[in-house]
Write a protein that binds this ligand. Sequence first.
Ligand code: B12
Length: 394
Amino acid sequence: MSRGRGQPPDLLHHLLLCNGASFLNRLPRSHFCNQRPARHRRHTSLGSKSDFPNATANYSNRQLENIATRWVLDPHPRIRVGEVPRVARVFEVVQKLSRIHSCFAEYRIHSGATKPPRIINPLMPSPFTPQRVVCLQPSATLTMRDLGLLDRVVACTKYCADVCPEASDGSRLIVSDSWTAQAAQILAAKPDLVLASVPYQLEAVSEILKAGTRFMALAPRTLADIYTDIVAIAGILGVLEQGEQVVANMRATIEDVRARCITTGDKPRVFCEEWGKPIIASQPWVAELIEIAGGTFVGQPGKTLPAEDIAQLQPEVLLAAWCGAGDRVPLEKIVEQRHWSGLPAVRAHRVFCINDELLNTPATSLIGGLRAIAWALHPDQFPKPAGIRQIVDL
Ligand code: B12
């Protein structure tokens, strides 16, 4: 039985995280790998990965699969290695029973039932955690994937499937997004939670409300908003720690790119658009990514502005990522139509199309967008990543 999905943080987990290093140092790993009788091996683990070499590796990754073993060993280093499997097994059983008990107790309080429910999943923090989630934008589906919860997604949009190929395995209903949502489609998926995000149309919001289901409506603007959204989704689904971890990993990667983009020279002026007719400057989170990559975002994020005003800003780099257009922004055409051939960016051939999902999906996919921007601004410093196209023949 694997620890993880749906399981609440516990005191034990925190204890282990605090003193894990000392435990690893003390462990005579060879005893576990080679000398322990095979019949005991499966008893030392609460996790599905029960052989010790794997468990040790997982522990280094802080995934904490072998809870019972560590719990026993860490505070009691005098327990002989040969005794560990049995002692660990006892703790394992106690821990599992206590989870089953707390689930049942909670069920009884809420339902008034006196008999146990027919099915109890002891790994769930409560029987009321949402299990059937409809995702109305790719950012929601990607976040579910990052949290390891794709199996709870019962319906998503065709754009979700594009951005998160794992979601398009044929097992989910495909519904309209929060731009064009329809109550009947949502209801057909029998959800207990609808996750939606920008962009919205008011009619679509009213359709979502008509479905009468729990509805979490996200409207991020900044990177900080996106981090909070990820943690909020994780919280509502009972996997708060995974949410914190996803955000920590995302932030660490962003900081790594930031450190590699620090330059002493002038920062290039960068204009980036999320739509072409009318021209809409990209979202505030894209402006942040450009700053992180060592550029200066010109224009006002998320606002419409005419081509002449952009020309006045004299951008040295032009980026385009039109919503839903993939990498198909007709760069040559727009430069011509907007009379932009004299712009510094065009003269220096620094005009790029970035796959729109890399910049327009407020989720971990933005890391790909940041790598694309970093390459556009520092082509000598980074290998060319996937998802960016440069126009050279202008
Ligand atoms: C701007 C825009 C975006 C912006 C939205 C910004 C925003 N805050 O709304 C961003 C860049 C985030 C975006 C993303 C995407 N988009 Co877009 N987008 C558009 C565009 C150009 C305009 C939409 C618009 O008018 N937004 C309103 C904005 C500009 O107003 P705002 O005041 O800044 O934002 C406020 C509203 O969102 C408001 N709000 C309004 N109603 C509600 C309701 C609730 C409940 C809440 C909380 C907030 C809220 O809160 C915001 C803050 O005040 C349309 C095309 C068009 N013709 O209009 C495509 C369009 C809607 N997008 C589209 C697509 C495909 C996408 C993406 C799926 C692309 C992708 N591959 O990732 C993503 C989805 C993002 C996600 N969450 O995963 C398609 C939808 C296709 C369809 N269903 O028919 C369109 C039609 C473009 C197309 N190709 O045809 N998009």
